[in-house]
Design a protein around this ligand. Structure first.
Ligand code: ARG
Length: 498
């Protein structure tokens, strides 16, 4: 019976159909044919396949196979001629997949078996040597490590783009003072670039985390074979070097059983998504008619099918919303690996969809966040007109008293009463007379007006990392230099300092 080909496209998940029991494989087409006397049930093939989603590992799989083959040559398992054929065949398969000419067939389960099968079909017997001293268990770990390494580098670059978008707007927004909030209540005034750089710091820690995670991702597992290693004298250090891994995993059972590098990556992505969701939430609020602090670029908004006036912040809402699936993916991976005994278990195949989805989601969100940050404008007049609301200068006034020798608790009480009195008169603190100040504390002098009002309060700041203009200026300069260096150095990968 001839094999029935099923075309699995990137967006077509194989559909399980309970009645589809048809035997599809020709005898001996499975990599494990020998011991079996029955062919695989069609429903099992549909249930166990991963080709519909692990096909995206093809490039990593071929890269790893070529390195493995070169190592097999160095220990005398392959001849120079066999290696040449193997490389040629593998590169041809890569082209076929890239150009959508490769036929995927559910019988061959996953990307590893597809490529090996296609190689044997192309070059015959030499292809049958590729799987020497290798198992799909170490192969899949190797592919995932290579794929994630590249993906982490891409995410790092996207984070740099978002940081760069924030830093680029710092000069133009330097004079803008915004209310800073705690509990979503007006608290103290802050310079707009101080807010922009707060996000840069968050994304910087995300980048540091990626860099650190990458060290543990970038370890070679190839050669661990199924679980116990191999009696063939392979050179694991050679394949590690060929694939640019910086370390070689020291325990074959550990290689075969663990996916902690995937969970760690999923956490890094979750933290990025969480940071993005804070930005999204803040800017959704700030772009409402109620706040009206900023105007989002219309090219990043969508309208309503019924209400003609609506300009909705859907991109930000989806960035916020997609955080749920990224966090959910992390949760799935945690539950997936809980309680799995050593070493490989087929459960681990379920690691792919969540981690691929997290990378795809976060990469897309970052790709949209950068131009959105760059294209948003601050409604400076609206912000300035309402800046005397909320007694943003009250804390600085208290600190003025502390510097005059008043104990903090006493100063807090005095300013609290002053604010209460100003509230009753419905005026800001700047509108109180010195006489009125004296009603609450004799020691006030005219200097008090130099710390009142949002601008004075910002300028009165002294501490390192505060919103004081000179502090913010210093931070902007630091960030500009850093971003310039990194953008210029765009080819540098995250672990090049290892
Ligand atoms: N597709 C499998 C996975 O992702 C590859 C490893 C299969 N190994 C096995 N012994 N069945 O986990």
């Amino acid at each position: 019976m001839s094999s029935k080909k099923i075309k699995v496209t990137p967006d077509s998940k194989a559909v399980f159909h309970p009645l589809e029991k048809e035997k599809t494989q020709p005898e001996g087409s499975k990599a494990w044919g020998g011991v079996f006397t029955e062919s695989t049930d069609r429903r099992v093939e549909l249930f166990t396949e991963s080709i519909s989603y692990d096909r995206r590992l093809f490039e990593a799989d071929i890269r790893a196979s070529i390195a493995h083959a070169e190592m097999l040559l160095s220990i005398g398992i392959l001849t120079v001629g066999e290696l040449a054929k193997m490389k040629e065949g593998l590169l041809e398969i890569r082209r076929e997949i890239e150009e959508n000419r490769f036929v995927f067939n559910i019988e061959f389960e996953d990307i590893h078996l597809h490529i090996e099968h296609a190689l044997i079909a192309k070059i015959g017997d030499p292809g049958r040597k590729l799987h020497t001293a290798r198992s799909r268990n170490d192969q899949v770990v190797t592919d995932m490590r290579l794929w994630i390494r590249d993906a982490l580098d891409r995410v790092d670059r996207r984070l740099l783009d978002v940081q760069s978008a924030f830093v680029t707007r710092c000069d133009a927004d330097f004079e803008v003072i915004l209310p800073g909030y705690t509990h979503t209540r007006r608290a103290q005034p802050v310079l707009a670039p101080h807010i922009w750089l707060a996000y840069c710091e968050k994304f910087e820690r995300d980048r540091q985390r990626i860099k650190d995670c990458r060290k543990r991702v970038n370890v070679a597992g190839l050669g661990a074979a199924a679980l116990a290693g191999t009696s063939i004298p392979i050179d694991r250090f050679k394949t590690a070097e060929l694939l640019d891994f910086t370390g070689v995993a020291a325990n074959s059972l550990d290689v075969s059983s663990d996916r902690d590098f995937i969970l760690e990556s999923a956490f890094c992505l979750t933290q990025i998504a969480l940071h993005l969701s804070t930005l999204a939430e803040e800017w959704i609020l700030w772009s409402t008619a109620e706040f009206n602090f900023l105007r989002l670029p219309q090219s990043f908004c969508t309208g309503s099918s019924i209400m003609p006036q609506k300009i909705n912040p859907d991109v930000l809402e989806l960035i916020r919303g997609k955080t749920a699936r990224v966090a959910g993916n992390l949760q799935s991976l945690i539950v997936l690996t809980k309680g799995l005994p050593l070493a490989y278990n087929r459960d681990l195949q379920e690691d792919k969809e969540p981690i691929f989805d997290s990378f795809d989601t976060v990469e897309t969100s970052l790709t949209l966040a950068a131009p959105l940050v760059a294209g948003t404008t601050l409604n400076q007049n609206v912000i300035a007109d309402r800046l005397d609301k909320g007694y943003l200068d009250a804390t600085t006034l208290m600190e003025y008293l502390i510097m005059k020798g008043v104990p903090q608790r006493t100063a807090h009480g005095i300013v609290g009463k002053l604010v209460r009195s100003a509230m009753e008169k419905e005026v800001p603190l700047t509108k109180l007379s010195l006489k009125e100040f004296h009603e609450f504390y004799e020691g006030f002098d005219y200097n008090v007006f130099s710390v009142l009002g949002a601008k004075n309060a910002v300028e009165a700041m002294k501490s390192y990392a505060s919103t004081a203009p000179e502090q913010v200026r210093m931070q902007i300069d630091h960030w500009k230099q850093k971003i310039e260096r990194e953008v210029l150095d765009g080819t540098e990968t995250a672990d090049s300092e290892n």
